[in-house]
Design a protein around this ligand. Structure first.
Ligand code: ZN
Length: 441
């Protein structure tokens, strides 16, 4: 797919998926997953409500048909039809007439952002509420008489929680996990950008042919989703070498990444090399047990190191968890920039291999094989500060690759030690492989 058609596809996905009312469960999540099935061959499954998953329980399914607050004249001052953030997620049903002071404790607003509607949920405590702009709050306060308060919602103990997964079997049993969450309603960076990026990354891996590792892409509600999934797939824990949690990667700000709990895991190193390759200096965030689904994947008993590449990370942009995290804030170009980094990380993780020289004792005679002093495979000399010209550069990368081709070092560590990009080292290795001087260890 050309860059232009991909930007068009991202635009379409943003427009189509943004309005859907997603939550921990319910028809909006199924609709979202069904939409993604037109892009990638996603398998969906339903985890029944009430099921015990590790220390948690799968919640009742929540459905909402409508909600509003109307004044005594019947004018709807707040209407779920206009914005699905108006209702606190998992609100219990209400049909009442209340004074403003009775309603006031159930209203959430952001006085510092007068036009924004906050995003609130009450997943695990039965409650209800409305999220309103400062202007709506004032209008409700100024309304004479009783206010009609309606939330037409329903809980289904016989319901279920929907998840989507795409497993792309590789040549190896070892797996790499890519996970995003589908539980946020109409907000674009958190986390529609994550859904789109994950789907398009999965599409690339799927369409590229059999990968080296097995790649597992998950679309699950945040927190309870990974818990439920890992509790029902314990066998994948030991064979998953690492992964990525994709969230908040569509904002206009700088690219950044949150490290794995190990900090120097192969995933961290691949992320660093990907940014280096793209000549981007990212914001770096150390691991912390606060955040998104890395909390579950990193927890004792699972302990899969996962990193997050973001563009306007959660908590770091003022529009976060408000109606201003919308389609004016997130643009296809921003998602595309993050996707490029994710794709580079995917290529690095999947092609990395230990290599070994076939010549034992002394350096091989490069000249006899036409590999000295100049060889093809590099036009990226900018990556090496002290390089004078491409011949020096090629030689530098070549000598490091040969020096470290001892069966103990992989392409990632050769790129790190030599200061060359991963792509350059890979192409040098290919030249050596073609000349019979090095092989995969
Ligand atoms: Zn969020």
């Amino acid at each position: 797919m050309s860059a232009t058609s991909e930007l068009k596809l991202i635009r379409q996905m943003l427009d189509d998926l943004f309005p859907i009312t997603r939550s921990l469960s319910g028809p909006g999540n199924r609709q979202t997953l069904a939409y993604l099935q037109d892009i990638i061959p996603l398998t969906t499954s339903e985890i029944p409500s009430g099921g015990e998953v590790f220390d948690w329980m799968v919640p009742e399914e929540w459905r909402i048909r409508g909600a509003w607050i109307a004044n005594a004249n019947g004018k709807k001052i707040v209407d779920f039809e206009k914005c699905n953030l108006h209702v606190v997620g998992y609100s219990t049903p209400v049909n009442d007439r209340l004074t403003f002071s009775e309603l006031e404790p159930k209203l959430h607003r952001l006085p510092g952002m007068p036009n924004a509607i906050p995003y609130r949920t009450s997943y695990y405590k039965k409650d209800w509420g409305f999220c309103v702009t400062q202007r709506q709050y004032q209008e409700l306060k100024d309304s004479a008489g009783l206010l009609e308060v309606v939330i037409d919602s329903q809980f289904d103990t016989e319901g279920s929680m929907s998840i989507g997964e795409l497993v792309i079997p590789g040549n190896r049993r070892e797996e790499i996990l890519v996970s995003t969450y589908i539980c946020h309603p109409s907000m674009a960076n958190d986390n529609l950008s994550g859904i789109i990026t994950t789907a398009l990354l999965a599409k690339t891996v799927y369409e590229t042919g059999t990968p080296i590792h097995t790649w597992r892409f998950l679309f699950v509600p945040e927190t309870i989703g990974p818990i439920a999934y890992m509790s029902s797939h314990p066998n994948i824990i030991e064979r998953t070498i690492g992964g990525l949690v994709v969230t908040c990667c569509g904002g206009p700000g700088r690219l950044g990444y949150k490290k794995t709990f190990q900090g120097d895991h192969i995933v961290d190193r691949a992320v660093e090399l990907a940014f280096n390759e793209l000549q981007i200096e990212p914001d770096r965030y150390p691991f912390s047990p606060l955040g998104s689904d890395e909390r579950q994947y990193s927890s004792p008993g699972i302990r899969i190191p996962v990193a997050t590449i973001c563009k306007d990370k959660y908590h770091e942009f003022k529009e976060y968890h408000t109606s201003e995290d919308n389609l004016s804030f997130v643009k296809p170009e921003h998602i595309s920039a993050s996707l490029e980094v994710y794709r580079q990380v995917q290529v690095i993780l999947d092609s990395n291999t230990k290599i070994t020289s076939t010549i034992k004792g002394g350096e091989p005679r490069l000249g006899a094989r036409g590999l000295y002093p100049s060889m093809g495979g590099s036009n990226r000399q900018i990556a090496v500060q002290h390089t004078q010209n491409s011949t020096d550069f090629d030689l530098h990368a070549m000598m490091w690759t040969l020096f470290l081709a001892d069966g103990q070092h992989d392409l990632i560590s050769i790129a790190e030690k030599s200061g060359n990009t991963y792509t350059d080292i890979t192409s040098i290795f290919r030249s050596l492989e073609n000349s019979g001087l090095a092989i995969r260890a």
